[in-house]
Design a protein around this ligand. Structure first.
Ligand SMILES: NC(=O)c1ccc[n+]([C@@H]2O[C@H](COP(=O)([O-])OP(=O)(O)OC[C@H]3O[C@@H](n4cnc5c(N)ncnc54)[C@H](O)[C@@H]3O)[C@@H](O)[C@H]2O)c1
Length: 365
């Protein structure tokens, strides 16, 4: 959906942390396009492989880039700021597992958020927090009743837990239980945001995102699965169905990053409506795919078949099926995704083909 450039509006300064990452850079470019008068600053420590490829895009769009680390309070810009979009994170659900220290995921995701909260408190800035569906506990999600169909697991209508239905998982889903260090770092952040809202009047919105996907996502095996899947087809890399019997029937909902950008733009410009809300943001049941189905779509789009191996054992914190129930968001503002999973994959394909040589070092192995 093309959007109109807003003329003669109030100039705003927006800081996007993790602004060279997949979501942060797409947001920075779109916000600058839609609001040419705004000052958009993207701060990033370039830890994620491939984030550096976004720097020319940011520069061409008129976005100011700051090479900085949210773990260091002094790295955050001292310029005036009206809104902060917190996208800096170690986003892997496997962070802190397999002998790796949990220090980075906690210090970046929670410590970095604390620095953003303090900046928001000092400047009176609004905050948009990119949280995750991974705040919902793993054992509770895996206790949901599913039936096994030829290409995917499907949620049953009757579920044992509140907040769960055939429509997916709602914000009222129980929060007791472990959820991964990544998910815990985000849930701790949500709790702090709520305290800052009450104690200091912070105007904040929490977006519990399901899988977000689209161009400029440097997908890897532990994060960005749909970009990884398409990249394997484009760059001819091996793939495997990991966990849940190794049949590729596990399901995720997916949301095109452009749909997310449009929502965040509304949240920035309709602050009164969104402040104080915790919202599931995802593709929902209608926009979900199993890995098997993703393989079939990748084959159709690329005209190529690659070998897909199989490993039946689950990895830590693995979830059989996740679909966002976004009815709270829809009731609040009428929002619904407008782009289909097929379009997400087609856009990923077009991006990879157009930037084949640039992306080969990231995806080509
Ligand atoms: N992509 C998804 O499917 C998804 C789903 C749910 C939530 N989220 C959340 O959205 C946000 C953005 O995710 P993404 O998919 O763009 O990931 P990404 O890895 O592409 O972007 C994160 C960016 O943060 C940067 N970063 C990491 N540590 C930093 C630090 N200490 N200081 C400054 N920058 C740092 C990285 O270099 C990277 O560019 C994250 O908070 C993530 O948890 C993403």
């Amino acid at each position: 959906m093309p959007r109109n450039v807003v003329a003669n509006e109030m100039t705003r300064s927006v800081l996007i942390t993790g602004g060279a990452g997949f979501i942060g850079a797409n947001l920075a470019v779109r916000l600058k396009e839609w609001h040419p008068e705004w000052h958009i600053t993207a701060l990033d420590n370039l830890r994620r492989r491939g984030s550096e490829l976004n720097l020319p895009r940011l520069g061409a769009a008129g976005v100011t880039f700051v090479h900085g680390d949210v773990r260091a309070a002094d790295d955050l810009p001292s310029d005036p700021v009206d809104a902060i979009i917190e996208c800096a994170a170690e986003p892997s659900v496997l962070a802190g597992h397999g002998g790796e220290s949990p220090r980075y995921v906690i210090e970046a995701n929670l410590g970095g958020l604390i620095h953003c909260l303090e900046l928001a408190r000092a400047r009176g800035a609004d905050l948009i927090f990119l949280s995750t569906s991974r705040v919902y506990p793993v054992a509770a999600l895996n206790s949901l009743r599913v039936c096994e169909e030829p290409t995917r697991f499907v949620l049953e209508a009757e579920q044992p837990l509140p907040g769960a239905s055939a429509c997916g998982v709602a914000e009222t889903f129980p929060l007791e239980g472990a959820r991964s260090l990544y998910g815990a770092s985000k849930l701790c952040g949500e709790l702090l945001i709520s305290e800052y809202a009450t104690a200091y009047g912070l105007r904040a919105v929490i977006n519990r995102c399901g899988v977000i996907a689209g161009p400029w996502q440097m997908g890897k095996v532990d994060q960005g699965v749909f970009a990884l899947w398409m990249a394997a087809h484009v760059f001819n890399r091996p793939l495997a169905y990991l966990g849940w019997g190794g049949t590729g029937k596990q399901v995720r909902d997916l949301l095109h990053v452009e749909d997310l950008c449009e929502l965040v733009d509304r949240q920035l410009t309709e602050t009164e409506r969104f402040a104080g809300q915790t919202l599931n943001v995802g593709g929902g049941t209608a926009n979900s795919l199993s890995l098997q189905e993703t393989t079939r779509l990748c084959q159709q789009i690329t005209g190529r078949r690659i070998a897909v191996g199989s490993c039946p054992e689950n990895r830590p914190a693995d979830v059989r099926l996740y679909q966002s129930d976004c009815r709270r968001l829809e009731q609040l503002c009428g929002w619904r995704p407008t782009r289909t999973p097929e379009q997400v994959l087609a856009d990923l394909h077009a991006w990879m083909v157009a930037h084949y040589d640039l992306l080969r070092p990231v995806f080509g192995g």
